[in-house]
Design a protein around this ligand. Structure first.
Ligand SMILES: [Zn+2]
Length: 343
């Protein structure tokens, strides 16, 4: 089967980025030299990862040599205050309604951040010349990614996240994936969200014709999915953000893609970290494991599924997803109480 471009590459960062604050010459030289596993399918999962041999155990959560503000332990005063406060809290869960929880079931989550200064990078998956997956109607994934990322950017800025930036890259070489990572690291960003749309391994593809032209589809799978890498230096914060995104996707009435947890996916099967909301672990993804800030990859939906492609093409659906992402970022930045364990 014809090999289809699904390789993330980059050439340059879109203008308007924050000024570079540091140069990581040695680190990037090492990164660029890392081997990258060959891909034989036009499908995200193959392309974003490097050799699994490169995956390392989680490092201690640090941010540029300093403990991340999102993983800081609660101060003793906070702990004492909580211990002295036996009253119960009522937390309203989107899917479950009001739930009465004891203080022991609650935990303080990340400290507040200032939305006006919070640097979230929206990484537009793939490039104009290396377009990623091809939809059932032969539209490139890059087109979907860019449209959705722009809508998310608009909504975040409307909510006061003025420093939100699109990370647009160019080029064809796979090694440019590392430049994408370098761009985010050199800003430096506080949080990275990589925007993608899903397809399937080639073995699931079926033939059809759209507007007189031969194409492929698979209506077998649908839904969003959220990925984190345990190899990210701030895995805990990455997971926290991933949980918020997935929870908000579900709250918007969306279903997650179940197939990644199934054996039928073979080497593309991934550990499912939250079976309620659809957070998966994918340690080898370069954009997640080589970024120095917390990072999450969102597969917004399947564009190889004919019905879902139509949905993903609609402004209304982009609004739904964008609203979910924006709510997740707001909650991430201004947390109140979190609930221990998976939601
Ligand atoms: Zn992709």
């Amino acid at each position: 089967m014809k090999r289809r471009g699904f390789i993330c590459v980059l050439g340059r960062v879109a203008s308007g980025f924050w000024p570079r604050r540091r140069t990581i010459v040695v680190a990037m030289a090492a990164i660029v030299l890392l081997p990258v596993e060959a891909s034989d399918a036009g499908w995200l999962s193959d392309v974003f990862k490097s050799s699994s041999k490169q995956a390392k155990s989680p490092k201690q959560a640090k941010k540029h040599g300093k403990p991340s503000k999102h993983v800081a332990s609660p101060k003793p005063a906070t702990l004492a205050k909580r211990a002295a406060s036996p009253k119960r809290h009522t937390v309203k869960l989107a899917a479950l309604g009001p739930v009465d929880l004891s203080p022991a079931a609650l935990k303080p989550v990340a400290p507040r951040c200032n939305p006006a200064k919070f640097r979230i990078v929206l990484d537009v998956g793939h490039t104009a010349v290396s377009e990623g997956a091809i939809s059932a109607r032969k539209v490139s994934e890059f087109v979907f990614n860019l449209r959705l990322a722009k809508r998310i950017e608009e909504k975040l800025k409307a909510e006061g996240f003025a420093e939100t930036k699109l990370l647009l890259t160019e080029g064809k070489a796979r090694r440019s994936l590392f430049k994408r990572v370098a761009a985010a690291n050199n800003l430096p960003a506080d949080l990275l969200l990589s925007i993608h749309h899903d397809s399937v391994p080639n073995k699931f593809l079926e033939d059809w014709e759209f507007e007189g032209k031969k194409s492929h589809f698979s209506d077998r799978f649908s839904g969003y999915s959220v990925f984190v890498s345990r190899s990210n230096p701030d895995f805990r914060t990455s997971l926290s953000f991933a949980e918020l995104i997935a929870k908000e996707m579900k709250a918007q009435g969306l279903d997650y893609a179940r197939q990644y947890s199934q054996a039928i996916m073979g080497r593309h099967q991934r550990p499912l970290l939250n079976k309620e909301t659809g957070v998966y672990r994918y340690d080898e993804l370069i954009v997640l494991r080589k970024t120095q800030m917390a990072a999450v990859l969102l597969e917004a939906g399947s564009i190889i599924n004919r019905d879902e492609e139509l949905k993903m093409s609609s402004p209304e659906h982009r609004d739904i997803i964008s609203s979910g992402v924006t709510a997740a970022v707001k909650e991430f930045c201004e947390p109140r109480w979190g609930i221990l364990g998976p939601l």
